[in-house]
Design a protein around this ligand. Structure first.
Ligand code: SAM
Length: 278
């Protein structure tokens, strides 16, 4: 997969002075076998347009290019890494496009045609806002295979009643089927992070709630979990008539946010949308 003409990933890092920067959440995967495993977790890639955020020295990028993906478009903030990927792009004419920029400002739907998949070892400092943005536009995506800090991955996949269940669990599971696919120890990365990491697979549900309902769900979950120890009739006061909203949704106001299922949040968010809650 490294290809006869490509330097090893360690050589790429050394040649381009890619010493990892904390401010950019840089923890590189330099083992081609691990990169291949993560690419395989993305499922079928043939004919897909794959977006990779933060390719860094390009280990995962190489694995993605070894698949039958139509193209890989890699968005990278670090100019040093963009330069390091030029060699890889030359080795795969017309199949790798490197975009220098902030992934938070990039719309996947505008970047590549469908079918689109996002595969990434995410920079941990912006992983949550990136995910929420992609969930908002999930209808345009076929799937996402994303590496997070394990604690964030657990929040994404948590069930009601679990301590990790919160706003991110509801938003993610409301829009996607979420599967914990792989856990990796700190030593799998260079430099090693302080904590374990995990890959989550997110497959968007067919139904698209649309942007207005998504915004209502964001407001609802932010209010409910913002004061998660409170009963919902107190926690939802910031949305307006909390008791009225809960009654319309058929939800007992003495319950706490962590006990509500994703389906109950869906009902509540639809009520909030209708009354245009604050
Ligand atoms: N994919 C590489 C790997 O697995 O070895 C690097 C992963 S590293 C955890 C995260 C990468 O995201 C770094 O290359 C970093 O420069 C890049 N990055 C950080 N913030 C970014 C942003 N806002 N937009 C795009 N890339 C970003």
């Amino acid at each position: 997969m490294t290809g006869p003409d490509l330097p090893s990933l360690r050589e790429t890092v050394a040649r381009h002075g890619l010493d990892a920067r904390k401010s950019l959440g840089q923890h590189f995967l330099l083992d081609p076998a691990v990169c291949a495993r993560i690419a395989a977790l993305a499922g079928a890639l043939d004919g897909r347009h794959v977006i990779e955020v933060g390719p860094g020295p390009g280990g995962l990028t190489r694995a993605l290019l070894a698949s039958a993906a139509a193209e890989v478009v890699a968005v990278e903030l670090d100019r040093r890494a963009v330069a390091a990927l030029a060699e890889l792009a030359a080795a795969h004419p017309g199949r790798l496009r490197v975009v220098e920029g902030d992934a938070l400002k990039v719309d996947p739907g505008a970047l590549v045609p469908a079918p689109r998949k996002i595969v990434a070892n995410l920079p941990y400092n912006v992983a949550t806002p990136l995910l929420v943005g992609w969930l908002r536009g999930a209808a345009a995506l076929e799937g996402m295979t994303l590496m997070f800090q394990q604690e964030v991955a657990e929040r994404i996949c948590a069930a009601p009643g679990a301590e990790a269940y919160g706003r991110l669990s509801v938003l993610a599971q409301w829009r996607c089927r979420c599967d914990m696919l792989l856990r990796l120890p700190p030593g799998a990365f260079s430099p090693p992070p302080k904590v374990w990491s995990a890959v989550v697979g997110l497959t968007p549900h067919a139904e698209d709630p649309g942007s207005v309902l998504f915004a209502a769900m964001e407001r609802t979950t932010a209010a409910a979990f913002g004061q998660r120890r409170k009963m919902l009739r107190g926690a939802l006061k910031s949305l307006g008539d909390a008791e009225g909203l809960l009654a319309a949704a058929g939800i007992d106001g003495t319950r706490r946010a962590e006990t509500l299922t994703v389906a109950e949040f869906d009902t509540l968010a639809r009520v909030v949308m209708k009354v245009g809650g604050r």
